[in-house]
Write a protein that binds this ligand. Structure first.
Ligand SMILES: [Zn+2]
Length: 339
């Protein structure tokens, strides 16, 4: 398989953020991608290639022009190393849009903990380009490809960022595959195995019956992102019946997880998609600082085997995963069945 990296991910330098003189700490740091890529290179799963620039057009198939413009231009103090966080949020009852630079982050952001830095746009843009490059590998006839996306994407909606995510790489990949398809109404299934519900992806395709969204995640009553991810969110309009959430209890073991995965894969098989996009979060692994499941290395390999047994052309998009000493091992275990 081909594996695509984002050479600009380190520009989203979240390990260098200082707020009022104190270090801002986060688990979503450049070292994650560095460790992943090193591990994948050592495992020799395939050719490692830099992302190819596809321009902004494929991003516009998912995100609004205003939102992309905001991400691209909001940082106006180069060299200052000052992160941008919302200082106010637009409540559900908000009365008017405001383009004031102090107001915009609160309009487009749904949570704290997701700083905009000088290089955030460039890194997020590069992350999406890695996803698009992996799609090209599929379109040229390969069975699978992987994109080491950092920053991750599945919490980002068409005009919302949060949860470490700015651009929805999996959604951008799905829309690009459909646009490049040689068939009418090409169907894409997105399987999201990140520990957290992929609320952004769900929202983007909620009324679209051509994209099936299946997500296994921690029950939103118990963990982030809280406001999305229940089993009764099944899609709307033309998308009714094309959204499947599997909220799970904390402490999921390999066996229990694999049983639920089987049910999700049945839905995907029934949908008969032309392509599968796998939102591959590794934060389901035991001891991940952002997750509370107990998946082992052997579990990751069986998850990979089960998904690969669908025999669908599959683009694998990196989402979460924050346990630095295990990231590479888990990624290799998950990807090996596709290689
Ligand atoms: Zn996650």
């Amino acid at each position: 398989m081909q594996l695509f990296i984002n050479p600009d991910h380190h520009l989203h330098a979240t390990d260098q953020v200082f707020l009022d003189g104190a270090r801002f700490t986060t688990t979503e740091i450049p070292l994650r991608a560095a460790l992943l890529v090193d591990g994948l290179r050592n495992a020799a799963l395939g050719e490692i290639l830099p992302a190819v620039d596809h321009g902004v057009q494929p991003l516009l198939a998912v995100h609004t022009p205003d939102f992309l413009n905001f991400l691209r231009t909001i940082y106006t103090q180069p060299g200052s190393a000052q992160p941008i966080f919302p200082t106010t949020f637009a409540p559900r009852s908000f009365k008017r849009f405001s383009s004031h630079p102090e107001a915009l982050p609160g309009y487009f952001c749904f949570g704290t903990g997701t700083p905009i830095l000088e290089g955030t746009w460039q890194a997020a843009y590069g992350s999406a380009q890695a996803a698009l490059s992996a799609c090209d590998a599929l379109l040229s006839g390969r069975a699978s490809a992987y994109a080491a996306c950092r920053p991750p994407g599945h919490h980002a909606a068409s005009d919302l960022y949060g949860g470490f995510c700015y651009l929805n790489n999996a959604a951008i990949a799905a829309r690009y595959l459909q646009a490049q398809a040689q068939v009418l109404r090409a169907r894409v299934a997105i399987l999201d195995i990140d520990y957290h519900h992929g609320n952004g992806t769900q929202e983007i395709f909620y009324e679209d019956g051509s994209v099936l969204f299946c997500s296994l995640h921690a029950d939103p009553d118990l963990d982030y992102p809280y406001f999305w991810g229940a089993a009764d969110e099944t899609g709307a309009g033309a998308g009714k019946g094309a959204n499947f959430n599997f909220p799970l209890p904390l402490g999921m073991t390999d066996e229990a997880y694999l049983q639920t995965l089987d049910k999700a894969l049945e839905h995907i098989a029934r949908f008969t998609p032309h392509w599968l996009v796998l939102s591959a979060g590794l934060d389901i692994g035991a001891g991940d600082p952002e997750g509370r499941f107990c998946i082992t290395s052997a579990g990751f390999e069986r998850i990979g085997q089960q998904i690969a047994s669908l025999h669908l052309p599959t683009v694998i998009i990196q989402e979460g995963g924050y346990r630095l000493d295990k990231l590479a091992e888990w990624a290799v275990a998950l990807l090996a069945p596709f290689a």
